[in-house]
Design a protein around this ligand. Structure first.
Ligand code: ATP
Length: 598
């Protein structure tokens, strides 16, 4: 005999945007935190800062101060999802049919009835019941979604009674229907290797991963192994010897140093074509420099980046290939930047004050600037866009193409939505719910061959005829030489606002020491909004290749934040070589178009 336990459930339906709560249940909903935690990592989600209520054991509750306006309180301090709240597909990370609870008892519904008190009968039956009157089936689903709590997103589970009319017998697995909508354009069931640099982010990388990202990955049912880097360049070895049949995604829970090493490890493989066709390389921001995450996931927050890791589409991006005499047998890949002059010195030569955090870099720049240091060199370039006008044309052309491919219709605003509290989530929502957001050649379908690794130019050859030498007026007194492929080089530093993921070009920014400190200071202070590139003193172009020949005695070149020898360096773009995850299929919007129109 079955034992029955009455448990009221809220009713919901599927909409184009997400799961819409149709009936506001009089009883409070409780949301279960299903985060698995590293026992070493300590608690993360502590509930509310305001301390007005506490969480019971094994249970988390919504709180007004942590949620959007769409959340209400009952007298016990528990949150309820009001009618017309939408849990967007972009926020849903898992769903389970509650088969063990079995048949649901349906009541006859009038069209206007939005406060149905449905009882879930817990018994031993399996299966789902059908309301023959309207062909809608009642499903009991455990829906796992992420909720903004303080500055992070955290996983929660809610049990819902969902009315759904199956389109075909094959779609009667409602959890699968929801998951397909929630992971549109994204690879589900990734096989991930998470590489954690325990020294990254001033030693915080491991805690950040386990506190902010792992709960979301675990709640989504993701499959991942963890490897810790034990020494410098260990990630090169890990990637070089990786079993690429076992994994499809390498997640670098680190700063930008580990993705750099991983890409070069993959590049050294004999089967590198297969590796670059299979493996996606992405970052969870756990270091002090997280340019890849801010550029690709549009966030420096580890929990939001974990959500993006699950939801973003695989895309191919350009990478740069560096040649120098010291490693002529094995060129190096660079995904982020190469720099020479004040910024290189400030980045690398301030390692000894690493404990200061990112401010050490600003101190280094200011120090070198005030000393009026110059870094003489010769620079030869193959232009892709030379003048500021060419830059505008190039940028708008490539940005336009991306918009046509990836833009989504605006989400319905008729219903309250859990996504309202954070503008970042609108992007996530549109990315996953749009029917127009399928790119013509997503990374899953675009295959590269060994020819895509071929370099067009050799450092040992003379400068090609079609290249141009920059005027010595600029290069004799050079202060900053910076080339890059991603818009952000650090938090709040939009150094390359015109950078695009796959435009076949490297962005070049050069500044000259003849610019007075009085002029240089405001230019450098405008790095956060990217307006420095609009200043007449700043040379801003796009190149597909360049050669830098330093003429100073002592110094260094920095590639993706790593110290490189002070030698001639030649760099060329290798178009669309690397698979990564891009939110909505693009880099974070730098609003460079707005700068162009001012
Ligand atoms: N176990 C280890 N011991 C020492 N160094 C390591 C170890 N693991 C990784 N590294 C090195 O740490 C460097 C920085 O790594 P990462 O980018 O993850 O951290 P970060 O905090 O962002 O550092 P940075 O400020 O240099 O960017 C890498 O060059 C890597 O080779």
């Amino acid at each position: 005999m079955s034992r029955f336990r009455l448990k009221p459930l809220p009713r919901a339906i599927l909409t184009d945007d997400g799961v819409l709560i149709k009936s506001q249940n009089a009883n409070p909903l409780s949301f279960h935190s299903n985060a698995l935690r590293d026992p070493d990592a300590g608690p993360d989600d502590k509930g509310c800062d305001d301390g007005t209520h506490e969480r019971g054991a094994g249970e988390s509750m919504f709180c007004l101060t942590c949620l959007s306006d769409s959340t209400n309180f009952d007298s016990n301090g528990r949150g309820i999802l009001p009618m017309n709240t939408v849990i967007p597909y972009g926020r849903i990370i898992n769903a389970h049919n509650v088969r063990s609870l079995g048949a649901t008892q349906t009541t006859k519904k009038s069209k206007q009835d939005t406060t149905i008190s449905t009882a879930l009968l817990a018994n031993d039956d399996d299966g789902l019941s059908m309301d023959l009157e309207n062909d809608a089936m009642d499903y009991v689903i455990d829906l796992v979604f992420v909720l903004p709590l303080e500055k992070n997103v955290v996983p929660r589970t809610v049990r819902l009674n969902i009315d759904y009319v199956p389109l075909s017998p094959a779609s009667s697995d409602l959890a699968e229907v929801i998951l397909k909508r929630s992971y549109k354009n994204a690879r589900r069931n990734k096989k991930m290797l998470v590489i954690i640099n325990p020294f990254g982010g001033k030693g915080q990388a491991k805690n950040l991963f386990f506190q902010r990202a792992a709960p979301i990955l675990d709640a989504s049912g993701s499959d991942y192994d963890i490897a810790y880097t034990e020494r410098s360049r260990h990630a090169v070895e890990i990637a070089e010897s990786l079993d690429i049949d076992k994994y499809d995604t390498i997640v670098c829970a680190s700063g930008d140093g580990i993705p750099y090493e991983v890409l070069n490890g993959l590049y050294r493989r004999i089967d590198r074509v297969a590796a670059f066709n299979k493996i996606v390389v992405t970052q969870l921001p756990c270091g002090s420099g997280n340019a890849m995450s801010i550029s690709c996931h549009w966030t420096m927050n580890t929990s939001y980046a974990a959500l993006c890791l699950l939801k973003s589409q695989e895309s191919r991006i350009d990478v740069m290939c560096c040649q120098q005499p010291s490693y002529s047998d094995q060129p190096r890949l660079s995904f982020l930047s190469q720099t020479y002059g004040i910024i290189a010195e400030s980045d690398i030569n301030t390692e000894f004050i690493r404990w200061m955090g990112p401010i050490r870099f600003n101190i280094g720049v200011a120090f070198n600037l005030l000393q009026g240091k110059t870094y003489a060199c010769d620079v030869y370039v193959k232009y892709a866009a030379k003048t500021k006008h060419d830059m505008k044309v190039h940028y708008l052309l490539h940005k336009k193409t991306a918009e046509l491919i990836f833009d989504s219709p605006p989400a319905s605003s008729s219903s309250a939505s859990l996504s309202q509290s954070n503008p970042l989530n609108e992007h996530l929502q549109s990315a996953s719910s749009s029917s127009l957001s399928t790119p013509p050649t997503p990374a899953q379908e675009s295959v590269i061959s060994s020819e895509d690794f071929n370099l067009k130019y050799s450092l040992s050859d003379p400068i090609p005829e079609e290249w141009e030498r920059l005027s010595s007026d600029i290069t004799d007194n050079l202060s900053i030489f910076y080339t890059g492929k991603m818009p952000y080089i650090a938090d709040k530093t939009k150094f390359f606002p015109a950078a695009l993921p796959a435009d076949g070009a490297i962005d070049l920014v050069i500044m000259n020491s003849t610019t007075s400190v009085r002029r240089m200071t405001p230019i450098l202070l405008s790095l956060d909004d990217g307006t420095h590139v609009m200043q007449p003193e700043v040379l801003h172009s796009k190149v597909s290749a360049f050669r830098l020949v330093p003429h100073i005695e002592e110094g260094l070149i920095s590639v993706d934040g790593e110290k490189f020898p002070l030698e001639p360096m030649q760099v060329e773009v290798l178009p669309s070589l690397v698979k990564t995850l891009l939110r909505n299929g693009s880099y974070i919007d730098t609003e460079f178009d707005t700068l162009l129109s001012t």
